[in-house]
Ligand binder design. Structure first.
Ligand code: SF4
Length: 266
């Protein structure tokens, strides 16, 4: 379901590394990823995540006012929603925000799972400072369908990454969250190395409020054979990620990829 809403503010301060502001054109996300922690960040209390998206229809107008007053800083576009989820095709809120950010020459960092970002290549090319991150958690489409049921296919994401690079836009890959025993990290690194992203950002599964219950339910239903391993890691405190992150760092080094690993538990 889609609902139009009006907001009073556009840019909010961001504590995420490398970002000064967060800008989210939508509340909610049709991609409905099992591991999404956005609902706990925005205190979502409007039913199952993915079923409702609120469109901030007046966001460009508010942003336009704020950009005249705010100190220039890096804007993270899509920190708790995907700015290129399907509803963007119709509303173009992300595109209109980009036009304004370009006009004021603000640096921008986009994160998405969608090839719809390619629609805006004409704008992206004009920025002095912009980078686009594409998220990959698996290369196996049958896994993707279970984990990120409303999100674009693996091939569509790889196409987006490749086309962005071909157009001279700085790209990065968000390899995460690494789902224990499910995310095929070696294969992902092999494939993306060919596309030469500027760097890879790796993250663990973050167990913010409510996520463990959702993940546990998902594992129980889709990968029952992994349930005891997941419980050992996320309830028992098994240090699964140390070894996996070491392996990822080694592999990235071999393939000449800069790799940043988020070692913080969250
Ligand atoms: S694409 Fe991002 S914001 Fe949307 S559901 Fe997935 S993890 Fe959450």
């Amino acid at each position: 379901m889609i609902k139009e809403i009006k907001v009073k503010t556009a840019l909010s301060p961001s504590k995420l590394p490398g970002l000064d502001y967060a800008l989210n054109p939508y509340r909610g996300c049709e991609h409905a990823c099992v591991y999404c922690y956005a609902p706990s960040v925005i205190h979502w209390d409007k039913g199952r995540w993915g079923e409702l998206v609120e469109v901030k229809v007046n966001l460009p107008r508010i942003l336009s006012k704020e950009l005249r007053l705010k100190k220039k800083g890096v804007v993270g576009l899509g920190t708790v929603t995907d700015p290129y989820q399907p509803v963007e095709k119709k509303y173009e809120i992300t595109r209109r925000c980009l036009e304004l950010l370009l006009m004021h020459d603000f640096p921008v960092c986009i994160q998405t799972k969608s090839p719809l970002v390619l629609r805006d290549v004409d704008l992206l090319k004009k920025f002095t400072n912009i980078e686009v991150g594409v998220t990959l958690t698996t290369l196996d489409e049958s896994v993707r369908e279970k984990l990120e049921p409303g999100a674009p296919s693996v091939n569509d994401r790889l196409r987006a990454l490749s086309e962005l690079s071909k157009n001279g836009i700085n790209t990065w890959v968000f390899l995460g969250p690494v789902m224990p025993y499910i995310t095929d990290t070696d294969t992902i690194i092999e494939v993306i190395a060919e596309m030469k992203p500027r760097y890879v950002l790796v993250d663990r599964l973050k167990l913010k409020e409510g996520i463990w219950d959702r993940v546990r339910e998902f594992i129980h239903k889709s990968y029952p054979q992994l349930l005891s391993e997941y419980e050992a890691i996320f309830v028992g405190g098994d240090d699964y990620y140390r070894g996996v992150f070491e392996k990822i760092l080694k592999k990235c080094k071999e393939r000449g990829l800069r790799c940043d690993v988020n070692i913080l538990q969250g």
